[in-house]
Design a binder for this molecule. Structure first.
Ligand SMILES: *[C@@H]1O[C@H](CO)[C@@H](O)[C@H](O)[C@H]1NC(C)=O
Ligand SMILES: *[C@@H]1O[C@H](CO)[C@@H](O)[C@H](O)[C@H]1NC(C)=O
Ligand SMILES: *[C@@H]1O[C@H](CO)[C@@H](O)[C@H](O)[C@H]1NC(C)=O
Ligand SMILES: *[C@@H]1O[C@H](CO)[C@@H](O)[C@H](O)[C@H]1NC(C)=O
Ligand SMILES: *[C@@H]1O[C@H](CO)[C@@H](O)[C@H](O)[C@H]1NC(C)=O
Ligand SMILES: *[C@@H]1O[C@H](CO)[C@@H](O)[C@H](O)[C@H]1NC(C)=O
Ligand SMILES: *[C@@H]1O[C@H](CO)[C@@H](O)[C@H](O)[C@H]1NC(C)=O
Ligand SMILES: *[C@@H]1O[C@H](CO)[C@@H](O)[C@H](O)[C@H]1NC(C)=O
Ligand SMILES: *[C@@H]1O[C@H](CO)[C@@H](O)[C@H](O)[C@H]1NC(C)=O
Ligand SMILES: *[C@@H]1O[C@H](CO)[C@@H](O)[C@H](O)[C@H]1NC(C)=O
Ligand SMILES: *[C@@H]1O[C@H](CO)[C@@H](O)[C@H](O)[C@H]1NC(C)=O
Ligand SMILES: *[C@@H]1O[C@H](CO)[C@@H](O)[C@H](O)[C@H]1NC(C)=O
Length: 347
């Protein structure tokens, strides 16, 4: 009995010769320890428009414009970058105010609304995330505390730390601060408010973050943030495949999916394939039999293009996708044993 696991229908797309121009031969695909997968690239002809990075070899750092890149996730259309934190202090070793707006307008990047949290730290802190210059969108949070407050590490609920989520699709933000008492209540010796948009899974509040030098030094004045990217061109998956010159899903066995944050689309490998869908031949067949923990087979596993089969050895039967095959019972008739003797199977 051979069973083919039912996997979603594969979307096979024809690829034309023009695809080659998008992918140079001598491209740097690593900067320091960071992978630089297409559509990103460093040299001309090595990236898609909007995805050009630079590698500073003396610093061992990768940059998108002047933004330092931590890593790139091709399949989820995300990249992590560092952003300097903003602050507002009264009577601190830090300068009184520091805030640099971030503007991605014109680039195929947006601030990830699913991965980032707008976060503020302080004890007399009103922090505003200004997401558009025409006052069409702002959000923010408030944190109030003093010496008598019961703080809890890991909790960001207004006692020393507050957090809120942001709208999808944003490409610009600035941060502004306000306070109730101008940080005058120094009973806590907490003269600063900090605020930043941060990878929510990375940041966890510690009470010691209320000491401004501790917090600044722990983070080197910056935090990781997640950017969503997409193949822009103002089109989604309905129109994009109609122009094979510009269509980004180059690999056979790849497919298009609309971006969920902002405009455009992303590519991914069809089920049963893995690799880089933006590159011709990038999605390679997964040999499912090499990953028994991911692809169950309690019998004889055979790899197939985009799929695998799993069969019970001769002389046994069961559903090998579910559990081990069973031998025919010894009480089975002589005639069926005879058939097995003529079988070439090693079992
Ligand atoms: C790639 O680089 C090598 C060595 O630098 C050079 O000889 C070769 O011509 C280059 N190939 C292309 C296609 O640019
Ligand atoms: C690389 O970084 C160093 C140190 O910050 C700087 O002096 C240099 O100009 C940078 N190089 C390039 C090509 O940007
Ligand atoms: C953001 O950048 C775009 C393009 O460079 C520019 O047109 C726009 O004015 C900038 N916005 C702000 C608020 O600086
Ligand atoms: C305000 O700016 C946002 C983002 O730049 C834009 O989408 C919106 O149309 C603008 N609204 C007005 C009233 O100008
Ligand atoms: C803390 O609590 C004590 C006792 O209740 C009180 O005397 C003191 O004023 C409080 N301090 C602050 C800063 O609220
Ligand atoms: C950003 O916010 C600061 C206040 O925190 C303000 O001084 C500055 O003018 C703002 N920048 C822009 C471009 O709006
Ligand atoms: C800073 O704090 C001092 C008291 O420590 C207070 O007199 C002053 O008004 C505060 N400054 C601002 C700008 O709030
Ligand atoms: C803040 O931390 C620094 C360095 O750890 C320490 O020297 C300083 O005394 C701390 N300040 C307060 C108010 O605890
Ligand atoms: C993808 O986005 C386009 C617009 O860019 C829209 O017309 C289309 O319905 C979307 N498709 C899906 C499956 O959401
Ligand atoms: C297809 O895309 C290419 C590259 O972006 C562009 O030059 C060309 O005009 C497009 N063709 C059509 C029919 O839109
Ligand atoms: C992609 O598929 C087409 C049609 O099945 C085939 O002719 C072509 O060789 C494949 N390209 C690659 C890179 O595997
Ligand atoms: C197998 O599963 C692990 C854990 O879920 C995952 O990290 C890995 O990418 C999977 N490998 C394949 C080839 O699917």
């Amino acid at each position: 009995m051979v069973m083919i696991h039912k996997l979603p229908l594969l979307l096979l797309l024809p690829i034309t010769a023009t695809a080659a121009m998008a992918f140079g031969q001598n491209c740097t695909r690593r900067c320091s320890n960071i992978d630089v997968p297409y559509p990103f690239g460093i040299e001309p002809d090595c990236y898609r428009d909007g995805f050009d990075l630079s590698c500073n070899e003396t610093e061992s750092k990768l940059y998108l414009g002047n933004i330092e890149v931590i890593d790139i996730d091709v399949l989820n259309g995300q990249a992590r970058v560092y952003k300097r934190i903003s602050w507002d202090c009264n009577n601190s070793v830090l300068t009184p105010k520091h805030t640099i707006p971030m503007n991605l307008t014109g680039w195929p990047f947006t601030f990830s609304d699913t991965r980032n949290k707008f976060t503020a730290i302080g004890c007399d802190t009103i922090a505003l995330f200004v997401g558009a210059t025409n006052n069409s969108y702002s959000t923010g949070c408030v944190s109030i505390c003093n010496k008598n407050t019961t703080f809890s590490d890991g909790s960001c609920s207004g006692a020393g730390c507050c957090q809120t989520s942001i709208l999808p699709g944003l490409q610009y933000f600035n941060i502004t601060f306000s306070s109730f008492n101008g940080h005058k209540d120094n009973s806590w010796d907490n003269p600063c408010s900090f605020a930043f948009l941060v990878d929510g899974s990375w940041y966890s509040f510690r009470t010691t973050d209320l000491n401004e030098t501790d917090f600044y030094d722990r983070n080197d004045g910056r935090v990781p943030m997640v950017l969503d990217w997409s193949i822009g061109d103002d089109v989604g998956c309905e129109e994009a495949p109609q122009n094979l010159t510009s269509y980004a899903c180059r690999s056979n066995n790849s497919f298009c999916l609309n971006a969920t944050n902002g405009i455009g689309y992303l590519c991914n490998c069809s089920s049963g394939y893995q690799g880089n869908p933006y590159v011709e031949g990038g999605c390679e067949d997964i040999n499912e039999c090499d990953y028994p923990n991911n692809y169950t087979c309690h019998g004889l596993c055979t790899n197939l293009p985009g799929n695998y089969s799993c069969a019970c050895p001769q002389g046994t039967r069961w559903d090998p996708f579910l559990s081990a095959c069973h031998s025919y019972s010894s009480s089975s008739s002589e005639s069926s044993s005879f058939i097995f003797l003529h079988d070439s199977s090693p079992f």
